[in-house]
Design a protein. Structure first.
Length: 94
């Protein structure tokens, strides 16, 4: 499966961990969410970051609390909305 980067509509500003940190996430939480947003599983994120899968899941849980969400899909979409990359009403036509 090809992993794609998250970009805004004009493809000028790529989302990166530093961008996600601006949402109040720690550096590691932002890195985990970044890789998750690229489609990586918790196991794949663990391998890329050289940490345990349990640690990946803990960073995700901490990020969920900070973002006020309950799962990875909402964490990603909420982050994109807050960064102005995605508008909430974009989903109404789906």
């Amino acid at each position: 499966m090809a992993k794609e980067s998250l970009t805004n509509r004009t493809d000028r500003t790529k989302i990166n961990p530093s961008t996600l940190e601006s949402l109040g996430l720690s550096r590691r939480e932002a890195e985990v969410l970044f890789w998750t947003g690229k489609g990586y599983t918790a196991q794949e994120v663990a391998e890329v970051m050289s940490i345990s899968e349990l640690t990946v899941k803990k960073h995700l849980q901490n990020g969920y609390k900070k973002l006020g969400v309950k799962n990875r899909t909402l964490a990603i979409t909420t982050s994109l909305e807050r960064l102005g990359v995605l508008e909430a009403n974009d989903w109404t036509s789906c």
